[in-house]
Design a protein around this ligand. Sequence first.
Ligand code: SF4
Length: 61
Amino acid sequence: MKVCINKNDCIGCGLCADIAPEVFEVDGGTAAYIGEITDKNKISVTDAADGCPVGAISIEE
Ligand code: SF4
């Protein structure tokens, strides 16, 4: 599983960091990918991608 954040689309709302704080961080108005995706957090990472209001998070299996 691989995560990609389109920083041009990100509006810095912080939702992804709220849902999966071990994987996402919002700094300077855009989200960053900061952590490893594990079996334990992959559901919350998927929820964060699904919940992103601008569709800036994409996931590759
Ligand atoms: S949920 Fe989407 S728009 Fe909001 S901070 Fe994360 S990547 Fe950016």
